[in-house]
Design a protein around this ligand. Structure first.
Ligand SMILES: Cc1cc2nc3c(=O)[nH]c(=O)nc-3n(C[C@H](O)[C@H](O)[C@H](O)COP(=O)(O)O)c2cc1C
Length: 164
């Protein structure tokens, strides 16, 4: 198959432009080999209502993604405005991400983090190749709202508060 001509896009500009799209922040969690694993992700989005499908993008260099993949299920924990530290911790390479973090298993066994605004517990429905990432489609099997508070917002490479 002939490959498409590559249009050169400046990578720094690409990051800056995409950073102008404000998102919420989630922590994607799973249990692999009896151990809780998780990573911060702002690529979460809802996809389909019937059947209920959601999506996040996993970097191909992620060391956590293969462990979520092995689990076959994951929970999407939607962070509150007071959980910036949790987001930083679940994006950091160093340290035990779950140290001192309260959680309980959801129906799939995936960790539901204490203090999250809401969660969706999912089984992995499909994976699609997309450049240096994978699109991971999850089928929602259980979900709930835990707290009606302001969300954590990611904007222009930093955290922002959402004023009422
Ligand atoms: C706000 C925020 C959003 C992120 N979103 C994603 C994402 O959608 N997908 C992804 O693969 N990594 C994302 N990351 C990076 C991961 O959290 C993590 O740093 C990266 O996967 C490396 O850790 P790992 O090797 O444990 O996966 C995000 C980081 C931050 C701080």
């Amino acid at each position: 198959m002939a490959s498409e001509p590559t249009i050169q896009i400046d990578q720094a500009l690409y990051r800056q432009v995409c950073g102008h799209f404000a998102t919420g922040v989630t922590v994607i969690t799973a249990v692999d080999g009896g151990e809780p694993v998780g990573m911060a992700a702002n690529s979460f989005t809802s996809v389909s209502l019937d059947p209920p499908l959601v999506l996040f993008c996993a970097g191909k260099n992620s060391s956590t993604w293969p462990r979520i993949q092995a689990a076959g299920s994951y929970a999407v924990n939607i962070l509150g405005g007071d959980q910036e530290e949790l987001s930083r911790r679940f994006a950091a390479k160093e340290g035990d991400r779950f140290e001192g973090v309260g959680w309980r298993p959801g129906v799939t066994g995936s960790p539901l983090l204490q203090g999250a605004l809401a969660y969706l517990d999912c089984t992995i429905e499909a994976e699609h190749d997309a450049g240096d990432h994978l699109l991971v489609v999850g089928r929602v099997v259980e979900l709930a709202i835990e707290r009606e508070e302001a969300p954590l917002v990611f904007f222009r490479g930093g955290y922002a508060a959402l004023s009422p």
